[in-house]
Design a protein around this ligand. Structure first.
Ligand SMILES: Cc1cc2nc3c(=O)[nH]c(=O)nc-3n(C[C@H](O)[C@H](O)[C@H](O)COP(=O)(O)OP(=O)(O)OC[C@H]3O[C@@H](n4cnc5c(N)ncnc54)[C@H](O)[C@@H]3O)c2cc1C
Length: 394
């Protein structure tokens, strides 16, 4: 088995397969620890998978527990929701987590290193080998630019948003949502809520997320229309500072704080990826598509899709059938697992893009705090999205 990419999706898939005695070759173009542009929020359900992967103890030792989320609407209405058990639904942990991705991803790779896995860093996959309607391997370049070719019954594409596997198979499509994220770290934030909370500031067309990730260090992500940020690509720091000042509630929150890392940008954020038209390949995590970080999906999606991919891979290896037809149930299961949340993410995009709608939603939720907690439960991946259709009683 070949796994392309050792981020959360690839590392998780490889760990699960190695634990079943499968021989796995993992190729990543980076050397770990490596940075990753991200809001660095982990939903309360992510610890379930991290526990299964054997890294939760190490993650808990460094992560900041986030008891809930504080949302500030454009008109200044403030809502605070908690991650808590709701009727039959309980989170794996009654908190989300904030921690730097460099740390999380390195911990997952450390776990990989402890297993009999052939992990090769600084090896960049450049192409996929397709024969008779099936992916049969990859071509790559190592650090010294030496070409190598690897073959296996299955290739797991876990190579993130710029997935070379998805590109070479012609699966990647642009999305009409054109947004860009600018991400930095801040220190010296006064008046941090106790216990810690993630904080969202909605101010159309922008939104910002402040997420504590270490003592006196918070991730600050600003999401803006791509067209507004693109002309500033050479002066991102200037654009970021000016834009953050234009969000009055965020600006007040940041008073006295200082930026302690360069601003890094990524966009467009959203893109779509079609199902593979060939066998021998499974798309996991961002390689399978991404929408928007507002609902904090991403790492949990990567971890959960890795669980589904590992099941599908084990089935294919057992039966000796890695054809497109045999792997189709994985594609269906992956899409079904996230379809409800994807619908919610699209609906929330509509709300956060319109000032009056955002204010109205905030005031409505403010009157029924139980409903906000249900919404947070869905965002936190432990309440099924269908619960939002039956909110009477909350
Ligand atoms: C601005 C922003 C904010 C976000 N905020 C959050 C958040 O707060 N919470 C959350 O859960 N999610 C968030 N996400 C989403 C999250 O970052 C991703 O969903 C997550 O990283 C997906 O994991 P992955 O393993 O699929 O991909 P990645 O983490 O991108 O890992 C892919 C790996 O593949 C390797 N690779 C790439 N190309 C090649 C190649 N050709 N050859 C070999 N190796 C290769 C890379 O080096 C990398 O290590 C955010 C995303 C963005 C853009």
């Amino acid at each position: 088995m070949i796994v392309v990419g050792a981020g959360p999706a690839g590392a998780a898939t490889a760990i699960l397969l190695a634990e079943h005695g499968v021989s796995v070759l993992v190729l990543d173009r980076a050397r770990f620890p490596r940075p990753k542009i991200c809001g660095e929020y982990l939903s309360p359900e992510a610890p379930r998978v991290l526990d299964r992967l054997g890294v939760l103890k190490a993650v808990d030792a460094v992560a900041v527990p986030l008891a809930g989320m504080r949302i500030t609407a454009p008109d200044g209405t403030v809502l605070t929701g908690a991650y808590r058990a709701l009727g039959p639904w309980r989170p794996y942990r009654e908190h989300a987590l904030g921690l730097p991705r460099a740390t999380l991803d390195a911990l997952l790779v450390d776990r990989l290193r402890a297993l009999p896995v052939d992990l090769r860093e600084e090896v960049r996959v450049t192409d996929v080998l397709v024969e008779d309607g099936r992916v049969v391997g990859v071509r790559a370049l190592d650090r010294a630019h030496r070409a190598l070719e690897a073959r296996a019954p299955l290739v797991v594409a876990a190579d993130g948003r710029a997935s070379i596997v998805a590109q070479r198979l012609g699966l990647r499509r642009p999305h009409r949502l054109q947004r860009m994220a600018l991400v930095t770290y801040v220190a010296g934030l006064a008046g941090a809520p106790e216990p810690h909370l993630g904080e969202i500031f909605v101010d159309p067309p922008d939104y910002a997320i402040v997420n504590p990730v270490a003592p006196d260090r918070a991730n600050l992500s600003l999401v803006v229309p791509l067209a507004d940020a693109a002309p500033w690509s050479a002066r991102l720091g200037t654009f970021f500072a000016a834009r953050a000042r234009q969000l009055p509630h965020l600006a007040r929150r940041l008073a006295g704080a200082r930026m302690v890392a360069p601003v890094r940008a990524l966009g467009p954020l959203a893109y779509e990826v079609a199902s593979p038209g060939v066998g021998g390949v499974l798309l996991v995590g961002d390689a399978g598509g991404f929408f928007d970080p507002f609902t904090g999906e991403g790492v949990f999606t990567a971890l959960r899709s890795a669980e589904l991919a590992a099941e599908a891979a084990l089935r294919a290896l057992r039966t000796g059938d890695g054809s497109r037809e045999a792997l189709a149930p994985y594609e269906q299961a992956r899409r079904a697992a996230f379809a409800g949340k994807a619908r919610l993410a699209r609906a929330l995009q509509l709300v956060v893009a319109h000032r009056r709608l955002a204010n109205l939603a905030a005031r409505t939720l403010g009157r029924r705090p139980g409903r906000l907690d249900v919404l947070l439960g869905v965002i936190g991946d432990y309440v099924p999205p269908r619960a939002l259709l039956r909110l009477r009683g909350w």
